[in-house]
Design a protein around this ligand. Structure first.
Ligand code: 7TS
Length: 418
């Protein structure tokens, strides 16, 4: 949904943001005597009452381990856990719930793929292809793998706007490439990558693609079957769910060939000291007692987003981003970092004569929460020749008035340091 379509009324009806705000109890508070303006949603989003209540309900009424008991509480917990998996399947349009693996978050999802698919398929002299805009969690697991296997990590460059160089990508795809790992949306630049093209090119070379969707799922509809990606990773806590729970989607035929990840309870069919046989997918990749409350909370969070309408959520995000880009971009001394044609969710910038951390501290005194630093994307900072940026990131409960408050705060900081 483009901003223009939304503004001209061709898009879906707007979100009722004032009503949405009442769903998020944390928003109703003051910080240093000022109304809280929470613009650090790319780090973690706030949680609606429905999610908090679902977690409390689980612990108060049916806390029990899953897949183990014949007793009523265990069956209720198992049923709720299964339901959450089905909700995730529906949310990303996977073909089957068995393709949904619950993990701790996007970070664990990438590590899982690197340690299972990667260790089984990447050998000496092979190549893993990532991009220059990845979060550290989509760099370091591949570095560890490449080091162990004497393989080579190759990196697709980005241009000055923060867009992928697709020509370079095509050239870097080689007969040695064993996997492509790419962010759907960059957390430091907001760039939305042309996934269909990337996946099409990679698949033409028989190379599977892992998508890091941590910053995408809160802002756009994701259909893993339409995309055709082999893996899709995201965290629950960035999409109104709890921390400690996330998702790895894997295509059935790809998961079926993967060796196990962690060993332990629930991931086995039978164990003797001589030989262990493994459980079916997805349980084979979910050793140990899972984060049951977390999965239930995530399911409710995704239901919440689907209830709002993902197209409306996307349109609202685009509207806020366009407004913030215009207003923040017009401030004297501001340089926007990340000016790709397709962006979502985050606005990164630097301010003349003001270190981002000082800006962050001044804004905090105004009750405004943003993130400052390298955003766990140090190679992006290197690419732009800066140590850090200030980053405002948006959610369904943010308003243009809050962006106005941000703009006033940035102006104030600029005056203090001028
Ligand atoms: N991938 C991307 C694109 C991310 O933005 C993040 C977290 C991760 C992976 C890792 O997610 P986790 O839930 O496993 O930690 N990004 C950020 C951020 O931008 N600010 O704080 C965390």
């Amino acid at each position: 949904m483009s901003t223009a379509a939304y503004r001209t009324g061709l898009g879906p009806a707007a979100l009722d943001v004032e009503r949405i705000r009442r769903d998020f109890p944390i928003l109703d508070q003051t910080i240093h005597g000022k109304k809280l303006v929470y613009l650090d949603n790319a780090a973690t989003s706030q949680k609606p009452r429905a999610v908090i209540d679902a977690i409390v309900r689980y612990y108060e009424h049916y806390n029990s381990n899953v897949h183990r008991g014949v007793h009523t509480l265990s069956m209720r917990a198992t049923e709720a856990h299964d339901e959450a998996r089905e909700t995730v399947r529906r949310f990303i349009q996977a073909a089957d719930a068995s393709e949904i693996i619950f993990v701790r978050g996007a970070t664990e999802a990438v590590n899982l793929v690197a340690q299972t698919y990667g260790r089984a398929n990447v050998g000496e002299g092979d190549e893993v292809l990532i991009t220059a805009m990845e979060h550290h969690s989509n760099i370091v697991p591949w570095q560890i793998l490449c080091q162990e296997k004497h393989a080579r990590l190759r990196v697709v460059p980005i241009n000055d706007a923060g867009e992928l160089d697709l020509e370079a990508f095509e050239k870097l795809l080689s007969p040695r490439t064993r996997i492509v790992a790419v962010a759907h949306v960059s957390n430091a630049l907001g760039t939305v990558n042309p996934l269909r093209k990337i996946i099409q090119l990679a698949h033409a070379h028989d190379v599977p693609v892992l998508v890091d969707g941590a910053q995408a799922v809160p802002h756009m509809a994701v259909d893993v079957q339409a995309l055709g990606c082999d893996f899709y990773a995201f965290s629950g806590h960035k999409i109104y769910g709890p921390t400690g729970i996330g998702v790895l989607y894997g295509k059935e035929e790809v998961l079926a060939e993967m060796p196990p990840y962690q060993g332990g309870g629930d991931m086995i069919r039978s164990v003797t000291f001589e030989k262990t046989t493994y459980n079916v997918v997805p349980y084979m990749f979910e050793a140990g007692t899972p984060d049951i409350a977390g999965a239930i909370g995530l399911g409710v969070a995704l239901e919440y987003v689907m209830g709002l309408g993902i197209d409306r959520v996307a349109a609202h995000g685009q509207d806020l981003l366009a407004y913030a880009t215009e207003k923040v971009g017009a401030i004297d001394g501001v340089r926007l970092i990340g000016t790709a044609q397709h962006r979502a969710g985050v606005l990164s910038f630097v301010l003349d004569n003001v270190h981002p951390h000082d800006l962050g501290t001044i804004l905090d005194r105004e009750g405004i929460a943003i993130r400052t630093g390298h955003h766990c994307a140090q190679p992006v900072m290197d690419r732009f020749g800066i140590p850090a940026t200030a980053r405002a990131s948006f959610a369904v409960y943010n308003t243009k008035e809050e962006i106005d408050a941000l703009v006033d705060g940035i102006r104030k900081a600029h005056e203090v340091f001028a």
